[in-house]
Design a protein around this ligand. Structure first.
Ligand code: FES
Ligand code: FES
Length: 163
């Protein structure tokens, strides 16, 4: 008998980018797959699926978490934000603009992970120097940029520096 056909689905209610969604999901579905496949929010990227690359980082109740390490049922009753929440009315958010201005992206595959990690840092109100920012961003990997533009962009927004 087909195991998936007999799998019991779980009903969840989750607020994503301000919209409440009620969905029935497989208990084995990753949160990142839920966002991409069920809600069509493909800005959350998937790389390693092992919690290493940080591409899938989203904000869960304001905290940066890796979507591949969460199961969709764990989202029940929670508030989630993805990279799609950042730009408003066609205007880039300050972090997005800074990444653009500072050369903080090339292929862009890692960019949502960095943006959401940096958004959590920004909202924390913590004052961080460049080396501390580097440490905080170390959970996201980039294979293109060499990190300098990314660091400069986040430093500029967090610390208001004009480089
Ligand atoms: S896909 Fe989640 S950390 Fe790599
Ligand atoms: S810009 Fe290509 S992986 Fe970071």
């Amino acid at each position: 008998m087909d195991e998936l056909a007999t799998e019991e689905l779980v009903e969840i209610t989750v607020t994503v980018n301000g919209t409440v969604h009620r969905e029935r999901v497989s208990p084995r579905m990753h949160a990142a797959d839920f966002l991409r496949q069920r809600l069509g929010l493909t800005g959350t990227h998937i790389g390693c699926e092992q919690g290493v690359c940080g591409m899938c980082t989203v904000l869960l109740d304001g905290e940066a978490v890796k979507g591949c390490l969460l199961l969709a049922p764990q989202l029940d009753g929670r508030e989630l934000r993805t990279v799609e929440s950042l730009a408003q009315g066609g205007e880039l958010a300050p972090l997005q603009q800074a990444f653009k201005d500072c050369g903080g992206l090339q292929c862009g595959f890692c960019t949502p992970g960095f943006l959401m990690t940096a958004t959590a840092l920004r909202e924390s109100g913590r004052r961080l120097d460049r080396e501390q920012i580097r440490e905080e961003l170390s959970g996201v990997l980039c294979r293109c940029t060499g990190y300098d533009g990314i660091l400069t962009a986040v430093d500029r927004v967090l610390n208001g520096e004009q480089r």
